[in-house]
Design a protein around this ligand. Sequence first.
Ligand SMILES: C[S@@+](CC[C@H](N)C(=O)[O-])C[C@H]1O[C@@H](n2cnc3c(N)ncnc32)[C@H](O)[C@@H]1O
Length: 252
Amino acid sequence: MSLDVVWHDVECGGYGEDVALWRQLAETETRGGEGPVLDVGAGTGRISLDLAARGVAVTALDSEASLLAALDERAAAAGLWVATVVADARSFSLGEARFGLIVVPMQTLQLLGGVDGRAGFLRSARAHLQPGGVVAAALADALDSFDSESDGLPEPDAAEVDGVRYASRPLAVVDEGDRAAIHRLRQVEGAGGAITSETHDVIRLDRVSAAEIAEEAEAHGFVAESALRIPATDVYVGSTVVVLRATGGLDG
Ligand SMILES: C[S@@+](CC[C@H](N)C(=O)[O-])C[C@H]1O[C@@H](n2cnc3c(N)ncnc32)[C@H](O)[C@@H]1O
């Protein structure tokens, strides 16, 4: 397994609080609950594989080919079929494909580089929706700044793969104005607990509210419906899921 797959699984794989919500949307927003659903920023398939196992036709899109290769392998091992597309969420074109539902789980919408990146995504998504189709995207609740010296270290996300322990520990959330930078220490522990590698990773999340997304989406032919909530857990912040329905009249 490649290292980016391992770290993706360590940092995203344990999250499950949102699964019921995506299942419910697939059920209500696609005919007979059968899809088709487009999972944007699908990663190794946490949500795509779950929906496919429930009989939903899913296309998984991600910019990272290695993550989608892992998804392909896992789908095959489970006897499932998920179409995978390596593409940028800000400028994708899937030919004639049209979806009843486009989901954007976790904070992927906040990884697109601000208002211009979101505009590219909204334009692409709108063009690939069936009439009256829906984009549903999760936004993480505002992250409080913290640093390990003053606030102590949270427990790491960790997993053991082939006898090697991979642990990713949040070190700090730094306010960068319109973004929050999440700093993590990634440690690999070999036999006997010795640290064999240590790297510092930073992910920057755009700060954007559901109301701002609703306003941006209107210009691309969407109307925002009532947002949904994914509650916080002891480990994960809560999220607001913006629900954007395609209005008539535009392309798509
Ligand atoms: C927080 S992870 C979420 C993974 C998965 N959806 C889940 O819920 O477990 C964000 C994913 O978005 C992908 N991503 C980030 N920027 C992207 C972009 N511009 N286009 C497509 N995928 C992107 C990353 O490669 C990563 O797999």
